[in-house]
Design a protein around this ligand. Sequence first.
Ligand SMILES: Cc1ncc(COP(=O)(O)O)c(C=O)c1O
Length: 408
Amino acid sequence: MSADKKSLGFDSVCIHGGHKAESNRAHLTPIYATSTYTFDSAEQAIAVFKNEEPGYIYGRFGNPTINEAEEKIALLEAYGLQDNNGAPLKLKAILHASGMAAITTMLLSNLKAGDKIITHQSLYGGTQEMIDKILPNLGIEVIIVDFHELNNVASVLNTEKGIKMMYIETPANPTLQCVDMAALVKLGKQHGLIICADNTFATPYLQQPFKYGVDFVMHSTTKFLNGHGTAVGGILIGSDLEKMNGIVTKTHRLLGGNSNAFEAFLLNNGLRTFSIRMERHCSNAEKVAAFLEAHPAVERVNYLGLASHPDHATAMKQMKHAGAMLSFELKGGFDAGVKFIDKLKLCISAVSLGTCDTLISHPASTTHVGVKREDRIKFGITDGLIRMSVGIETVDDIIDDLSQALQS
Ligand SMILES: Cc1ncc(COP(=O)(O)O)c(C=O)c1O
């Protein structure tokens, strides 16, 4: 079936988007376990190498299983959007071995020594480390500003020379901070910046950054897009097709952070149920947040759907729903956190997110156990903080499990 018919609904794009008929009439795109591809003739090889004819060359450059995931996700991020001429927006996506590989390709294909990036305080830890520890060695400077303070952002943009890129992550991992994409993109564009957004937490089901005019979107597909916790992956999507087909493809191929057919197959399979999973993730999270907010052992709940969240209004302006991620603070501090995790029977103690099953972690005793207490508290990782990725189980079962684990 032709995958990119304009009339398909979002749910149908999740299932059929990017799929191409296969010569053996396999229903699903198989795992193309081959490292290289053959040519009919030298003449055809020349045409494929010159990009004058479509065709696969070598596994590091892509394959049909990978291509289906790329086209599906590009269609989802562009869904219902138009370009400056009112035509349906066309995007190109490149699947990578991980979210970090996708982010690295994006950074290295756009920045050079002497350039600066402006970004905000709250980014995924891996991205933060990349920016703090790797980019300065390449002569790329990072300026961190609180993106809630738009006047400060404007004044930095007016005074600092050499800023080339604005890097946004909203909602951010793990703090769930949300920043105003429309306002930031407007400011960034006034200064001719390249603007990129990590959309891992929201996914195109909840938020489409290209609507506001960003240039690049990145995802860790490991999370909600795959949805089953079966494969690590990342995707880089761009609206400047010439650039995507040029320097970005070149950088991707030369850095070697390519995906593989097996993990792409698992991603394709997960994407088929993406939208229906998201619907359940969101409705379950809303009920879990309400339960936790009313529980006497819980000091506070950090969920974008609650009016008590400082970024609630921003989130509701740019997201279809508050999503499936939340955190909460136990009144009993560190010991209560450890005890709570040990008592869980249904929810899984693990650090990733976006899988069908509910994943819960206690950062103070796991991801941040090696970080000095005063340092992690500065970043909002308090002793009794529990992070939760709400799954798609029967919501009463999730709540029953939390309820028994919270009992003293
Ligand atoms: C928001 C965000 N961006 C990027 C990444 C990196 O993705 P990966 O672990 O697939 O490299 C993560 C991982 O948790 C993430 O949460």
